[in-house]
Every structure is written in C-alpha cells, then in structure tokens.
Design a protein around this ligand. Structure first.
Ligand SMILES: [Zn+2]
Ligand SMILES: [Zn+2]
Length: 349
C-alpha cells in the first residue's frame, strides 16, 4: 500500500514551502546536538589515552542510533501513509462514492465495522470515496489516510497505515539519542564549567545539554503515550474519540492481544521490530475478522443497519455536542483531521 498514493494526494503534498519550516527546525536541532556531542564530548574523549576506549564506544553507539533516527525521519516524511484505492486487489470492491446511487460497496456495508449514525457506510465527500475502517480525511494533506493516527506538522505528513512503524521507531531512536547525550555528556559539561574553558565552548555545551534534556523529556512522554496506544490497539484519533465519549479504553474492536497489537504496528517478525523495514502485513483496509466486504447479503446488511440504528439512537445527541466542543488530546493534532468514528461522527453526515 505504501507505494500507491493517489495521484491527487501526492500532487498536493510538499506543495507549500512554509510547511517545511518545522522540518527545518528539527534538522537544525539534530545537527546542532550531533555537532556539540561529537566535537566537545566524543572527540576529546578519544584524544585522551585514558578515555579513548570509552570515547570510541560512545561514538559508535551514538552514531548508529543517530543514523537510525535520521533514516526513520526521512522515511516518515517521504512515505505516503496510504490512501483509499480506486478498487481493491481483487478488483471486486469499488471504493468510489456517487451520491444517491447505491454501489457494490454500499450494498456490502455489513462488512464495515465503523458506520455513520444512520448505519450507512461512511464516505468522504472530498475524495468521493467510501471510507474503510480507521480511515479519516486529513484537511492538511487533503486526502483520506488509511488507519490515520494523526497529522504531524514535524514531518509534514500524516501518520497512517504505511508509515506508522517509521514514526514509532523515530520516537524510539530519538529518545535513545537524547538520553545518550544527556547522561554521557554530563561529565564533560561539568568539567567544562571552569575559568580555563573558552566561553563559547562552555555556552555551546551547556546549551546542548539543556536542549537535549528538554527533548529527552518531551519525546519520552510522547513515546510512552504512543507505546500505550499501540498496546491498546488504538490510533490517536480513536483515543480522542473514546476520551470524548468517556468509554472504557480496552473495549477496542481492533484489539488482537498484546503480541498481536505490537505486530500490527511494528511488523510480523519480532526480529525486525526495531529495523525501519518489514512493515506490518495487511492492506490498511480491513482490520476486523468480520464477514468479507462483499460477502454480506443484503438481508444481513439491512438487519445490521437496523441493529446499529437502535444501538446508536440513545446517545447520539450527547456525542455530537461533545465532539463539537472537543479539541485534540495532548498533541493537538487530532483537530487537523476530519475524524469520524464508530458512532458516525462524520462530517459527511
Ligand atoms: Zn477524503
Ligand atoms: Zn495529514
């Protein structure tokens, strides 16, 4: 899926130069911290015979983590998170949506877990496509994103089905890199604070240590949140939706157990969980073990719709009010998407 962005989706991406500014900011931060750590910590350590061994080990470990971090960052930016195809691999399911015209996909609505309040299949009015489960339209990227997690301005991209693993690993390697700097450079910074050290060097080291500490703190919290989401089989958008509804978090329809949930983000083979390769299997369109998309008979669809209508009628009014009031949770990024969910919180209603 990662190589099949829609033509429209890829055309509008990277078309606004101002949106590269956050990426530039991150690159300046990374380059600054790398330079300070190498020039004022690793190289002096390696030059001293007593600490050269320690210096070599720290240089090798840090540069390996740094390389992985940069690789994941580039992959996050350049990998399309995945969008709704025109047809599926078998060519049977047509995802295009024509108003007031029932299509094969609509008649097969019983296969979808998430539906609108009315029980009808969700669709995107901007892309004129039916939405698969967990898919949401991103207003910044101007396209529907499969298994959308959130839009991240720091990568000028959405985090979705095809780049979720890269995003998660980016957080992991960033946390490791920052903590390496914070804890190993501390000694060098401490000994630099004396009258013999050049002011500029002392300033850069203190600034580097402070900056690394700040990043380490922020990204560690963010990684903890995303690890928790992964273990709970939730995306950030789903977390926001659930928070607003105040329902139990662990009643998630996509929960495959701890091991299964990790596999669905980091890939099927545990050996490659921390390599920026071996993405999770699947097409980003189906996440439940329910009836195949086109397998449901129209009778099933009707009874499914009736049941869903009944279930949803009671609390819809409250949900809608809450949803309209709500903003993002933590990252402030949920608001960017036209999030919709199982209870039909869909702007195209
Ligand atoms: Zn869309
Ligand atoms: Zn986006």
């Amino acid at each position: 899926m990662q190589d099949s962005p829609s033509a429209a989706g890829s055309k509008v991406r990277f078309s606004e130069p101002a949106k590269f500014l956050p990426i530039g900011f991150i690159c300046v931060n990374i380059a600054f911290l790398w330079t300070v750590y190498m020039v004022y910590h690793c190289i002096p350590l390696m030059q001293e015979p007593a600490t050269s061994r320690q210096g070599i080990v720290q240089t090798l470990v840090f540069n390996f983590v740094f390389l992985m971090q940069v690789t994941c960052y580039v992959l996050c930016i350049t990998t399309h998170p995945g969008t709704i195809p025109d047809t599926d691999e078998t060519g049977l399911a047509d995802w295009s949506y024509v108003p007031n015209e029932p299509t094969k996909m609509e008649l097969a609505g019983g296969g979808a877990h998430e539906t609108k309040r009315s029980g009808d299949r969700r669709h995107c009015k901007w892309c004129a496509k039916f939405k698969p489960d967990r898919c949401h339209h991103c207003r910044v990227c101007r396209t529907c994103v499969l298994k959308m997690d959130h839009h991240c301005p720091w990568i000028y991209n959405c985090v979705g089905f095809s780049n979720h693993k890269y995003f998660f690993l980016l957080l992991c390697y960033s946390v490791i890199a920052c903590h390496i700097i914070v804890w190993t450079m501390y000694g060098s910074v401490k000994s630099s604070v004396n009258p013999d050290t050049e002011f500029f060097q002392m300033f850069l080291m203190l600034f580097g240590e402070t900056l690394a500490t700040l990043w380490a703190f922020l990204i560690t919290l963010f990684l903890m949140f995303h690890t928790w989401l992964m273990l709970k089989a939730m995306t950030t958008i789903e977390f926001c939706e659930k928070s607003m509804k105040r329902t139990a978090y662990d009643s998630n329809a996509y929960d495959r157990g701890l091991y299964g949930n990790i596999r669905s983000v980091l890939g099927d083979d545990p050996l490659f969980w921390f390599c920026p390769c071996s993405l999770p299997s699947g097409d980003g369109l189906n996440f439940t073990e329910e009836a195949p998309l086109l397998g449901a008979s129209s009778k099933d669809v009707e009874s499914g719709r009736a049941a869903r209508k009944e279930k949803q009628m009671g609390d819809n009014a409250t949900h809608k009010r809450k949803w309209k009031k709500g903003g993002g949770a933590g990252t402030g990024e949920c608001g960017d998407s036209e999030a919709s969910g199982q209870e039909g919180l869909d702007s195209s209603d």
